[in-house]
Design a protein around this ligand. Structure first.
Ligand code: SF4
Length: 498
């Protein structure tokens, strides 16, 4: 489709909005004055300054549909770029909703952190007004606004534990035994990159050591450790033991509330690795079935079976893991609403301490996206039904929603939700989503986020994305890590204003 941008700079937001309705279309953005494209799907958004304010115009045509909406903004609204953008988004949203016959439940919100926005509104307006504005200004449905409100309440006690000197540590193991077809993560297939692990691991340990020194020099306090990927249990038991020992030796772990390893793929979990995790002090692991339907697992190229998931889960229980998370995905190709319900019921019967329900998100790079012209599993209504079912069943079974986030190109523009039995929440998930705490991250594909005392003080330091770059340009990683101190020093110089 074509998106025309005329007289304003909101192309990013307008493009994201179009993507909600046409997730699989290539969107071509044309800047400048209105032109005469007439074929296919064409959206036009224009802003023109007038004597009495700012005139916004949105137009959409496709097939036999052709409609235009305009709005004249006056006074302060006309002067605020944020308001111009919001009003423009509403005009376009209304046209696209009419064309598609479908009203996305998150309204014009395209960002990944709706709960954070609600919290910011609450700080300014109080909770009730914030809740109302969430719906009236951003067109969020009552149901999703309520979901956000519940999440906001449940994450508050966890956020309250964070102090100015708090931080969490993230360690990235960007390797997997094979690549799942829907995956957009920068994770190379083990077959191709296994040879890099022996080089990668010692360097990662060195970065962890340097990070530990920096944290200690700055007097930071560690709150949670999260080893993710990829699939960390792609490493052997000995490699896992080395990694965890390095973390233990270089950080003060007496203050932590969570030490998670995302075991992820059930086909990588063995008794030896679970022993290594237990001995290494791991308090929480994730075993991710995604679905308990073997036919769907085959379609998504996950290369493990339901039987492997169940046996990995019971082995982990035998080994004494009492805080296990399981990830599921709604909207998988080949899955159905009853199929998803069956998976969820079965997982709830296993009674893991937490369950994360993702909605399928396809990124441009995902193999299935490249192979399929027609969207698969893109039935937004089915995915919506799956999530509604999950929300109801998880709540009935004593799970509480404690974090929520969204990704671009999610089926139905829905959300990912993290549910836990009270006390089994992962603080790391809350801190990373709310961006209220520094995250020091090590490894390829990881990025550190340094949080200052003021709400808008957040700076990122990016590591190289790919293991090969990480290994071959490692000195640059160490040099970048040293920026952590200078960023903290700079933040200290800025007077606290709130
Ligand atoms: S296990 Fe996860 S990170 Fe690895 S390929 Fe599959 S979806 Fe991607």
């Amino acid at each position: 489709m074509i998106l025309m941008i005329d007289g304003h700079s909101f192309h990013y937001e307008m493009e994201n909005l179009c993507r909600i309705f046409f997730p699989y279309q290539k969107i071509e953005v044309l800047h400048g004055a209105e032109n005469t494209v007439e074929d296919g799907l064409v959206a036009y958004t224009g802003l023109a300054k007038k004597q009495d304010g700012v005139l916004l115009t949105a137009r959409f045509h496709g097939n036999s549909f052709s409609e235009e909406k305009t709005e004249l903004l006056t006074g302060q609204t006309a002067e605020s770029e944020d308001e111009q953008e919001r009003h423009m988004a509403i005009l376009l949203f209304e046209l696209l909703t009419r064309y598609c016959g479908y009203t996305p439940k998150w309204g014009i919100l395209t960002g990944v952190r709706p709960v954070k926005l609600l919290r910011q509104l609450k700080t300014k307006l109080g909770e009730q007004k914030a809740f109302e504005q969430f719906q009236t200004n951003y067109l969020v449905s009552k149901e999703k606004a309520e979901l956000s409100r519940v999440t906001m309440h449940n994450e508050e006690p966890i956020l309250a534990l964070s102090r100015p000197e708090s931080f969490s540590l993230y360690v990235s193991i960007p390797f997997c035994p094979s690549r799942c077809s829907y995956c957009s993560f920068v994770s190379s297939s083990l077959e191709q990159t296994a040879k890099l692990i022996p080089q990668y691991l010692p360097l990662l340990c060195e970065e962890i050591r340097r990070t530990g020194e920096i944290a200690s020099e700055l007097g930071l306090r560690l709150e949670s450790v999260y080893v993710g990927g990829g699939t960390p249990t792609t490493l052997s038991a000995e490699q896992l033991a080395l990694l965890l020992r390095t973390i233990r030796e270089n950080f003060t772990l007496s203050t932590i509330r969570e030490f998670t390893v995302e075991a992820g793929r059930p086909d990588t979990i063995t008794a030896e690795k679970l022993d290594a995790l237990k001995d290494g002090g791991i308090t929480r692991i994730s075993i991710n079935p995604q679905t308990l339907n073997d036919d769907v697992l085959k379609i998504i190229g996950r290369r493990h079976t339901t039987a492997q998931t169940l046996s990995a889960f019971s082995l982990a229980r035998e080994k004494g893991f009492h805080n296990i998370n399981m990830d599921l995905i709604a909207g998988l190709p080949g899955d159905t609403v009853p199929g998803f319900q069956n998976t969820l019921d079965h997982v709830v019967a296993l009674a893991p301490e937490s369950i994360t329900v993702h909605t399928l998100a396809l990124k441009r790079s995902a193999r299935m996206m490249q192979e399929e012209n027609e969207p698969f599993g893109s039935d937004a209504l089915a995915a919506g039904e799956m999530l509604d079912y999950a929300d109801a069943v998880l709540a009935e079974n004593g799970y509480r929603l404690y974090y929520l986030y969204r990704q671009s190109r999610m089926v139905g523009n829905l959300e990912n939700t993290g549910w836990a039995k009270p006390g089994a929440e992962s603080p790391y998930n809350v801190y990373i989503m709310d961006e209220t705490q520094t995250i020091l991250a090590c490894g390829a594909g990881a990025s550190s986020k340094i949080k200052g005392p003021r709400a808008d003080q957040l700076e990122r330091i990016f590591n190289f994305k790919y293991p090969f770059e990480y290994v071959s340009r490692f000195q640059e990683i160490l040099d970048r890590k040293d920026q952590v101190k200078s960023i903290y020093e700079r933040f200290q110089q800025i007077p606290k204003t709130e």
